[in-house]
Design a protein around this ligand. Structure first.
Ligand code: GLP
Length: 241
């Protein structure tokens, strides 16, 4: 695991560099996209590079990590809408090139299997961007998640619902209780994982991720077993190391 401690703006550029280099080498690359506030700087940097003609997503594909269950299609807090606003609509992906698990599917279990199969059919994820929750979750793999888990339905913890309530107009009562999420086993199959964390609120999760024992108590610790994981942290997030 490579850990880089730098100011947030620099971290975003480093991650954007890794993605741009991948797209140069392999224009049809498969990217794993994360929502949340952590990757926003990366997406800004990528949008700038596309606008200035330095990189292109025209042949690339993307898979998002997770989705709330039960939000109507197009709800501004659905991760599908969020990733469109934050990245997809600002760069030059081909129509339909980015997909996520469908939290409105009538048969959620079948949707989870379909999603796993779609990732496999695309050849797997070349580079996966990740944030981390304050409780050490990645995607929506909350503490207690099996380290070998696959895409499935999960119950959100109260902590995560509270952390994410700020995005919903109606606050906590509006935050769904369930989600679909790629599993830790799914994420571990990405060929390169780039996790970004900013701010002191993430310090304990980052300390566990880098220095703690591998445990379902802190799901992100599974990344210690990944052959190519890059952890990008600002001083606040690194303050527990
Ligand atoms: C959500 C997402 C995660 C994300 C986490 C942290 O729970 N499901 O993928 O990493 O939030 O969010 P933020 O980056 O806003 O702190």
């Amino acid at each position: 695991m490579e850990v880089v401690i730098a100011p947030a703006a620099e971290l975003a550029e480093l991650a954007a560099d890794a993605i741009a280099e991948l797209l140069d080498r392999r224009p049809e690359a498969v990217l794993g996209l994360a929502t949340g506030s952590s990757p926003l700087g990366i997406y800004d940097a990528l949008a700038e590079r596309v606008a200035s003609g330095r990189t292109s997503f025209a042949a690339a594909h993307g898979f998002t990590l997770d989705e709330y269950v039960g939000l109507p299609a197009g709800h501004p807090c659905s991760y599908d809408a969020v990733i469109r606003a934050e990245l997809v609509d600002r760069v030059d992906f081909a129509p339909g090139a980015v997909r996520g698990p469908d939290g409105t599917a009538a048969d959620l279990l079948a949707e989870c299997s379909r999603y796993e199969a779609a990732i496999a059919d695309a050849g797997g994820v070349d580079l996966q961007i990740l944030g981390i929750g304050t409780d050490g979750h990645i995607a929506f793999n909350e503490p207690g998640s099996s380290l070998a888990s696959r895409t499935r339905v999960k119950t959100l913890t109260e902590q995560t619902r509270r952390d994410n309530a700020r995005f919903f107009d109606g606050g906590l009562p509006e935050v769904p209780r369930h989600c679909l999420t790629q599993g830790l086993g799914t994420i571990m199959e990405a060929r390169h994982v780039v996790l970004i964390a900013r701010g002191e609120a993430k310090a304990e999760a980052v300390r566990q991720l880098v220095e703690g024992p591998i445990s379902t108590r802190w799901p992100a610790t599974v990344l210690q077993l990944h052959p190519h994981a890059t952890v990008l942290v600002d001083e606040g997030a690194a303050s527990g190391l």
